[in-house]
Ligand binder design. Sequence first.
Ligand code: 8YV
Length: 324
Amino acid sequence: MKVYISKKIPEPGIENLRKAGFEISINDKGSSLSKEELTAACQEVDFLMNIGQAKLDASFFKQCSHLKGIALASVGYDHVDLAAANAAGIPISNTPHVLDEATADVAFLLMLSVSRLAFFRANQVIRGEWKDFEFTKDLGTTLQGKTLGIFGLGRIGLALARKAQAAYSMKIIYHNRHRNTEAERLVDATYVNFDDLLTQSDVISVHSNLSPETEHRFNAETFKRMKKSAIFINTARGKIHHERDLTAALSAGEIWGAGLDVTDPEPMTADNPLLTMSNVCVLPHIGSATLETRTEMVLLASNNLIAVKNGLKMPQIVNKEVYA
Ligand code: 8YV
């Protein structure tokens, strides 16, 4: 059985597949493949381990319907046309749980960095612009005892809620499509409607999936509803906020700051006005980027391919319908 891996991965993932008897080929270009290149590479193999957010759309599934399984090295699967995968009969797996803490860490890092203007201040030092000790200029704000509003309280939101409570005794409120009573048993969090989330939060952190329902959910109208002192954090998907509206809201002082690990598009271009703002920190989608987490992700992804090779169902299947 042959597997194609669309980008270099940590060695334990390769070893796991090799031990299971897979013949492995890897994209060693050092950059992402185009859709055409990925489609061509998949012609020769039975399985794909897909790294990154490149779209797997209907035409991909049409041309690669021979694949026996695709393991995504990501928890998000908004880039995959699941209906097309189902039509082609291809099971798809993702990597839940293993990246919860790492992603919540990045949300926490952004929250703290923005609240203390840390990136702006660090850049002053780098550019040689730190000349004098200022007592009242460019002051940050504390997170201690503030209200953290979580949009999409799932596993990652829960990990952030725990960190925020332990470190800063933050009050946690959240909004989901449905109340998450299981999460409420694990953390002291209060369910609120979307408008209360907007108006009561000192920090709003986005942890939902990207779907037609959440696309551009944070826009001109919602930024206006937020506190002028609020910080907006997104480590989920860039399309959940409307970037032009966010830029306008920050420029107009409708909200105080923003921390983004995800943008629309990715990568963000260097001339983006958000990058010139002292109260904004943008990271290049590093939510899961620790050696430990990326290793666990590829172990999980490879185990899903091994399961299919052994005639079993994928444990982390995202399109169960394919087994119906
Ligand atoms: C991944 C992510 O690193 O898991 C996700 O959904 O966005 C990131 O953790 C990225 O997708 C690379 O595969």
